[in-house]
Design a protein around this ligand. Sequence first.
Ligand code: ZN
Length: 178
Amino acid sequence: MMAQRLFYRNWIVDLGYDPEERLELLFQFEPPHEPETIGPEELARLDAIGRRVIAAVERLSDRERAFIERFYFMGQSYREISHETNRAVHKLERIHRGALKKLRRFLADLAREEYGLEPGPESACPICCSPEVDEINRLIRERDPRATWRPILAALRERFHVTVTTPQILIGHAKYHL
Ligand SMILES: [Zn+2]
């Protein structure tokens, strides 16, 4: 798990995503190869990976995305980010953990296809694996917190065709994956 986490971090830095310049900066952060040794096929592959990473970062919440951009793409420290966003460091750490968890899940297919990495247990979540996960998450966020999970379980089954064998899967998803 630790190796995987480090891998994701290095990988995002290597891609050098910048919210303004997008793929322009792809090779400005210690490129993994000398640029002149990269053939058109490898370039196309890196470009495709970059696009998938960007799409994943764009699925994060606003504050998670802002943190990832500052920390990984702009190289700011916790202290700098704390100063500029008026958020305590321990809060930033929580945002950071949540963002990495989501990115690991969003990018699990890519990690398997391109790097042969097997997903962690979170990516096995049937709700996260649904193509309609954003819509499901919206339902969960907007639910009446005093109500039971029954209406959401019914929606999962009937509307989204997601098989949840026990309500614990839904509760765990709502608690840790949202
Ligand atoms: Zn989930």
